[in-house]
Design a protein around this ligand. Structure first.
Ligand code: AVJ
Length: 319
């Protein structure tokens, strides 16, 4: 039996308390907002997996292309004995890195979803019996404590998920990652890149409507978890490119004037006709911006790789 440890640093009821606070805060301000992390219940995670296979949604394929071509180089440069993966989810693309690190001692996947962690750990242990897998159920935006695994450590944050944080949140997050790194450790960061507006908008407003379903899934989560009465049909999916901030915004637009009751919060939320609620920011980057944000957190960008078409980048940096 391979060693598989799971540590929960999130209290069982943390999710519930966080959701309540986020919904109360986000739906009583103007403009209304909801944080994107609430998309990912079991159904939302399935929808996201479906998004990654859509013709319009290029980031997953672009990042995989880089990993296929560069994993050996990344493995060599990092000399990693421990791979830490933040927001590991299904750990799918991580296989390329793991395969390039045959002498790896341990793998530490970190995710808020215990079921995703257990599933991923089992699949990886099937292929790599003997690898120490220490899964952490944790919210990586809340400061992290890592198990005392041997260095050098490679901390990977893939998928472009850093783009779902606002600039101020990214600064805090990168600082906390920096504080985890000892000399010789490194950070592997996936960032989607600025490109033409049509390509970007199509990636977040696909013809099959999967992203629309994914966006509206947050309403189903709030209905189920907080006893709300959102009707998904009352809202239209909107994806817009904010060229000043260089990010995609997903919104839900009220198709009519309506009110929503949120039983567990004792809250009635009015929506005006056409009112838009922001559900996600997905920032797109340029090399100079990534370098500057890393530097502000005390990290030095050492390597930068893109896919052939220049759509997505992986960067390796050190403290
Ligand atoms: C989870 C960051 C990879 O921002 O592109 C996909 C989530 N949102 N379609 C992204 C998402 C809409 C996604 N990441």
């Amino acid at each position: 039996m391979s060693p598989f440890l799971l540590t929960r640093t999130l209290p069982e009821d943390a999710t519930d308390a966080d959701l309540r606070a986020d919904v109360l805060h986000g739906l009583t301000r103007n403009p209304k907002t909801l944080p994107p992390k609430w998309f990912y219940d079991a159904h939302g995670s399935e929808l996201f997996e479906e998004i990654t296979r859509l013709p319009e949604y290029y980031p997953t394929r672009a990042e995989r292309e880089i990993l296929i071509h560069r994993s050996a180089e990344i493995a060599g440069l990092s000399g990693a004995r421990t791979l830490v993966e933040l927001g590991s989810g299904s750990s799918d693309k991580t296989r390329h890195l793991l395969d390039a690190l045959p002498d790896l001692h341990g793998y530490v996947p970190v995710d808020v979803s215990e079921s995703a962690l257990t599933g991923a750990a089992e699949a990886i242990l099937d292929e790599r019996p003997g690898l120490r897998v220490h899964a952490l159920v944790a919210d990586f935006t809340r400061g992290l404590a890592l198990p005392g695994t041997p260095g050098p450590r490679l901390v990977a944050f893939l998928g472009g998920t850093i783009g779902n944080l606002l600039p101020a949140e990214r600064a805090v997050f990168l600082r906390s990652v920096r504080s985890l790194l000892k000399p010789g450790d490194s950070l592997l960061l996936g960032t989607d890149l600025v490109k033409d507006e049509d390509t970007l908008v199509a990636a977040y407003d696909d013809a099959a409507g999967v992203t629309a379903d994914f966006n509206k899934n947050v309403l189903a989560v709030i209905n189920r978890e907080l006893g709300a009465d959102f009707d998904a049909d009352d809202f239209a999916h909107v994806a817009v490119w904010d060229r000043k901030n260089e990010w995609i915004e997903m919104r839900l637009r009220a198709r009519q004037t309506l009110t929503v009751k949120i039983r567990d919060l004792d809250l009635v939320v009015p929506f005006e006709y056409g009112e838009e609620m922001r559900t996600e920011v997905s920032a797109k980057f340029r090399q100079d911006g990534v370098r500057a944000e890393l530097a502000a957190a005390g990290l030095t960008l050492r390597n930068w790789w893109t896919d052939e078409a220049g759509r997505f980048a992986l960067s390796l940096s050190t403290a």
